[in-house]
Design a protein around this ligand. Structure first.
Ligand code: 4NP
Length: 155
């Protein structure tokens, strides 16, 4: 059974698709499975936002085949680790948790880079392309640390 990691944001079209693509590219595919979901239902079934697709593409990463879905309480049992992009996502996900085990699976992704600081990955949706580039850089750094940690823990 692979170790399963879920990346979560609001729409599952901007930040978490980048986080999914980045982390998956840093982990061996036979041992880890990375997916993403949104707390909101607005964009179910859609491809990632074209600005995220472009940012990823500029960095040699193809995320265009991802499809948005909504986070459900079943994900707590299906996934070993749940990484949320911001504090609002954290509150929305925790609200659906049924027990302490569920709650303990949920972490803010930038706490891997800045432990205990509870920093948000800013929502780039209403901004310009450079906001997506900035989000990519943050997620790249934090996913590098996260991948090292996961590989060490599960080898
Ligand atoms: P994401 O960005 O949570 O990073 O996918 C957003 C995408 C869509 C909306 C908000 C944030 N929206 O309000 O539709």
């Amino acid at each position: 059974m692979p170790v399963k990691i879920l990346m979560v944001c609001l729409g599952n079209i901007c930040r978490s698709p980048l986080a999914e693509g980045l982390l998956a590219a840093k982990l061996p595919k036979d041992k880890f499975l990375v997916d993403s979901a949104g707390t909101g239902a607005y964009h179910i079934g859609k491809q990632p936002d074209q600005r995220s697709v472009l940012t990823a593409q500029k960095n040699g990463l193809d995320i265009s085949n991802q499809k948005a879905r909504q986070f459900t309480s079943r994900d707590f049992d299906d996934y070993d680790y749940i990484y949320v992009m911001d504090n609002s996502n954290y509150d929305d996900v925790i609200e659906l948790a049924k027990n302490e085990n569920h709650k303990n699976k949920v972490q803010l992704i930038l706490n891997e880079l800045f432990p205990d600081d509870n920093v948000d990955v800013p929502d780039p949706y209403y901004g310009l392309q450079n906001g997506f580039d900035m989000v990519y850089e943050m997620l790249d750094e934090t996913c590098t640390i996260l991948a090292q940690k996961l590989i060490e823990k599960h080898s």
